[in-house]
Design a protein around this ligand. Structure first.
Ligand code: DC
Length: 234
C-alpha cells in the first residue's frame, strides 16, 4: 500500500446533484476493466473499479493475518479501518486508513479469497457508501458486478460485458495470472448479497470474439445515442 497524501479530498464533495454514472458490470475477465478505463478516458470521466476495492480489503485482511472465512475477524478489521475516497492516476479508489493499494491486489492469494470477502453484507455496505460518493463530485464510469443492479439502479447508462468461460480463463492465463474463474463465477453469482446479475435495462455486449477497440466503440455508440458523447474534464 502507498500513502495517499496528494489528494485526500479528491472525491466526495458536498454537491447534492449527482453527476452521470456509466455502469459497466460483468463477470471476471470479461474485459470490462480495460473497456471501462478506455471509455472513461475518452469521455473525460473518472474511472472507478469497484472490484479493486473488494480486492484492497481482501489484501489488507491477508496482510494482517486474518482468516477470510472468519466473519468476526473480517468485521473486526472493518471496524478498525477508516474508508475514504481518493483519486490516483485518474481513477477513483478506496483509501484504507489513508493508504491506497497497488498491484499487490491482483495476486493469486487475493484472487482466491476476494469472492468470500465480497459476500459479507457488511463489507458491501461499506464499499457501497464509498461508491455512492464518487458521482457527487464527477461524472464516472464505474465497473463491477452490481453497479447497474444495486449501487446505481436508476442510471440510464448500463452495460453488461460478457464472454464465454473458456475465453475468460484463457485471457487470465495469457496475463500470467492465477485465477479460478469458474470458482469466482459461482461465488459471485450465488451469494445472497447483491449477486452478479444482468440488470433488466442493461445493454449486453458479448466480447468473446471482439477486440477491445470494438467493445469500446460499441459502448460509445450506445452512449452517443443517449446523448453522452462529449469529452468533458473532471
Ligand atoms: O472485477 P474483479 O474481478 O477485480 O472483482 C474482484 C471480486 O470482487 C469479484 O470476484 C467479486 C467482487 N466484486 C463484487 O462483489 N462487486 C463488485 N461491484 C465488484 C467486485
Amino acid at each position: 500500500m502507498t500513502t495517499a497524501s496528494h489528494n485526500e479530498s479528491a472525491v466526495g464533495g458536498t454537491a447534492e446533484a449527482r453527476h452521470r454514472v456509466i455502469a459497466i458490470d460483468g463477470p471476471a475477465a470479461s474485459g470490462k476493466s480495460t473497456v471501462a478505463r478506455r471509455v472513461a478516458e475518452s469521455l473525460g470521466f473518472l474511472y472507478v473499479n469497484s472490484g479493486a476495492m473488494y480486492r484492497a480489503i481482501t489484501w489488507q485482511a491477508l496482510d494482517q493475518g486474518a482468516d477470510c472465512s472468519d466473519r468476526d475477524a473480517v468485521l473486526a478489521l472493518l471496524e478498525s479501518t477508516e474508508f475514504t475516497c481518493e483519486e490516483s492516476d485518474g481513477a477513483g479508489v478506496i483509501g484504507l486508513n489513508g493508504a491506497v493499494a497497488g498491484d499487490e491486489v491482483h495476486g493469486a492469494e487475493v484472487n482466491a479469497n476476494v469472492s468470500r470477502i465480497a459476500a459479507y453484507p457488511e463489507v458491501r455496505d461499506r464499499i457501497f457508501e464509498v461508491l455512492q460518493a464518487f458521482p457527487k463530485k464527477a461524472d464516472v464510469v464505474m465497473e463491477g458486478r452490481d453497479i447497474g443492479s444495486v449501487v446505481f439502479p436508476d442510471t440510464p447508462y448500463k452495460f453488461y460485458i460478457d464472454a464465454s468461460p473458456e475465453i475468460r480463463e484463457a485471457r487470465r492465463r495469457a496475463q500470467g495470472l492465477e485465477d479460478s474463474i469458474a470458482d469466482r463465477d459461482r461465488q459471485d453469482s450465488t451469494r445472497k448479497a447483491a449477486p452478479l446479475m444482468i440488470a433488466d435495462d442493461a445493454e449486453v455486449i458479448d466480447s468473446s470474439h471482439l477486440g477491445v477497440d470494438d467493445v469500446v466503440t460499441a459502448v460509445r455508440e450506445r452512449l452517443a445515442a443517449k446523448g453522452v458523447d462529449e469529452a468533458k474534464s473532471v
